[in-house]
Write a protein that binds this ligand. Structure first.
Ligand code: NAD
Ligand code: APR
Length: 241
């Protein structure tokens, strides 16, 4: 159902338990390209074809080049009003969790603290052989080496076909099961398990709301939908909260 701002505002005003899921769309207005759609292409490769463990082990230089490009692009990006509005929402709602599929770090930069980066972080690197993990914001060589064991380092993100970091899904499910309101913002809803979170929320009695530039495959299954730019809608939702 197409909702009005007033309806969603009233819904949030009466809520103590809110879970928000975000995707690439929330960072689009910060200049971060989304994954799907024409702007998502990189040198004629689809990001979905590069963000994979098998692609990395076949062509590590290509995949590192793609990640270095994303890291450089991101170093110029700052949080937009949508990220800032969610940091404010966290301060107003007693039990709040922001689950993001984004690896850009912009929610943390905007001040969100009750935050789960379920796909990891572009700023993290980890060893492909030993357990070493570290933060690194510099431009990396094409084939960076682990400072501990000398083997190849990889981006600290979750790739297609890989499991999430152990424990992450359980925390997400626990919080979603308790939510009064579940907001899905700027995600195409095509990648599991995040794509099923709204259904879990619904099954446990939450009211579900989609905020997206355009309808998605999940729109008809949500209780309410607001279509437009996240950077315009979210600041309006938190005004006077
Ligand atoms: P999936 O694509 O749903 O992803 C599995 C896990 O990886 C999930 O935990 C998800 O959250 C995470 N994940 C996926 N992509 C990520 C990314 N870019 N960055 C961070 N985290 C990411 O599971 P799957 O089993 O790999 O694929 C599901 C279906 O999609 C299958 O049918 C598969 O064939 C198809 N698929 C096709 C392509 C393709 O290139 N044609 C690529 C991927 C998946
Ligand atoms: N405001 C709101 N929504 C927007 C905006 C905007 N300014 N700009 C774009 N969108 C919406 C698009 O309409 C689209 O539905 O954001 C969505 C972005 O979808 P995807 O590019 O598919 O990104 P996402 O859903 O985050 O992808 C999920 O797939 O490749 C993997 O790991 C990657 O985390 C990513 C996951």
């Amino acid at each position: 159902v197409q909702a009005s701002m007033e309806m969603v505002k009233a819904l949030l005003d009466g809520s103590r338990n809110v879970v928000v899921l975000t995707g690439a769309g929330i960072s689009a207005e910060s200049g971060v390209p989304t994954f799907r759609g024409r702007e998502g292409l990189w040198k004629n490769h689809r990001p979905e074809d590069l963000a994979r463990a098998d692609a990395f082990f076949q062509h590590p230089e290509l995949v590192w080049e793609f990640y270095n490009w994303r890291r450089e692009l991101l170093s110029e990006c700052v949080p937009n009003p949508a990220h800032l509005a969610l940091a404010e929402m966290e301060r107003q709602i007693p039990n709040f969790l922001l689950i993001t599929q984004n690896v850009d770090g912009l929610h943390a930069k905007a001040g969100s603290r009750k935050l789960m980066e379920m796909h990891g972080s572009l700023w993290q690197v980890k060893c492909t052989v030993c357990t070493h993990v570290h933060e690194d914001r510099s431009t990396l060589p094409e084939l960076p080496e682990c400072p501990v064991c000398g083997h190849l380092l990889r981006p600290g993100v979750v790739w297609f076909g890989e499991p999430l970091v152990p424990g992450v899904l359980k925390v997400a499910i626990d919080q979603i099961s308790k939510a009064d309101v579940f907001l899905s913002i700027g995600t195409s809803g095509l990648v599991q398990p995040a794509a099923s979170f709204y259904q879990l929320a619904k099954d446990h009695g939450a009211v579900t709301v989609e905020i997206n530039l355009e309808p998605t495959p999940n729109t008809g299954l949500m209780d309410f939908a607001l279509h437009g730019k996240a950077g315009k809608i979210l600041p309006e939702l938190v005004v006077g909260m």
